[in-house]
Design a protein around this ligand. Sequence first.
Ligand SMILES: Nc1ncnc2c1ncn2[C@@H]1O[C@H](COP(=O)(O)OP(=O)(O)OP(=O)(O)O)[C@@H](O)[C@H]1O
Length: 352
Amino acid sequence: MITFDAVTKRYPDGTVAVDGLSLEAPTGEITVFVGPSGCGKTTSLRMINRMIDATEGQILLDGVPVQGIDPPTLRRGIGYVIQQAGLFPHRRIVDNVATVPYLLGWDRRKARARAMELLERVGLDSALARRYPFQLSGGQQQRVGVARALAADPPVLLMDEPFSAVDPVVRTSLQDELLRLQAELNKTIVFVTHDIDEAIKLGDRVAVLRVGGRLAQLADPKTLLSDPADDFVREFLGRDRGIRRLQFVSTAGLRLRTDLTVEEGFGGGTAEPWALVVSADGAPVGWVADARPDVLEPFGTFVHGRDSMRSALDAALLSPSGCAVGVDENGKVVGVATREALDEALAEAADG
Ligand SMILES: Nc1ncnc2c1ncn2[C@@H]1O[C@H](COP(=O)(O)OP(=O)(O)OP(=O)(O)O)[C@@H](O)[C@H]1O
């Protein structure tokens, strides 16, 4: 656990970057620092590994003040990932990843074997190991950055806007990869971003900071969206807060109808204006309207019980029928969520 205890950082020119910050980043969880530019996120992060020293207050690592630990020893237990990866340009990828093991005096073979294992872990082809950083895409370089930070298996990982220099598609896959890795590794991660969506996706807990380095709110993402502490947090969360909150509402209780499907090739219809055509192996094929039985209309699916209400609503909006198709993990239709059922579930979500 990382504890900030009334931490203040005043730079020599008088700028107060962080002001009386107290919070805990629990072991094995991702704590995200988010806030507008200049609110002290990077300063707070760098005080953990003593790249910057606090002016007042203290930071404790599992109860031990970091101030009392010499920086090289401290940093051995703390991986650090920054924007644009910060790789050494003249070292091959494998040697970039093995940097810390080399510093720790591991023999070359063992360090390289560890690097190769990590490259695979972060989803990189082993053929890339012999390349130099400039021969990799931005997204691949970020993965190498993560692999390098994990090389000595540190219990703590500090990540400073690690994914903000890549395009949105790559960014999403890097975020997914981090969550997958974290499910296996259970590191104590402190992650800095200015992107509230990234914070909500990745954080077990999210600390919203305001300029001047003061904590505006510390909460899990669901609470943040449903119960922002004040106008600043509400504004920072953005306009579609209500919709985004639905990503934390399960579809397990969403009522499905099974009488709105027809088997492909059998023709006929249902008593309703719309019927969902389903293939012989159970996959959805398309919607047909009463009035135009020969035309297949588009559909949207969600995995019932696994995906969120946000996905179900999105699926409904993709189809002129206004209904969302519930499928199982194998993509087979389990039922249809009608507008009424979605309405009911949304009303419940609004109450809860
Ligand atoms: N070395 C320094 N000397 C003086 N002021 C500094 C120094 N480093 C940062 N600051 C100031 O401290 C405040 C917090 O900076 P910090 O980099 O921690 O913010 P941030 O939230 O990470 O910002 P961004 O999202 O723009 O990276 C800013 O006002 C910044 O200008």
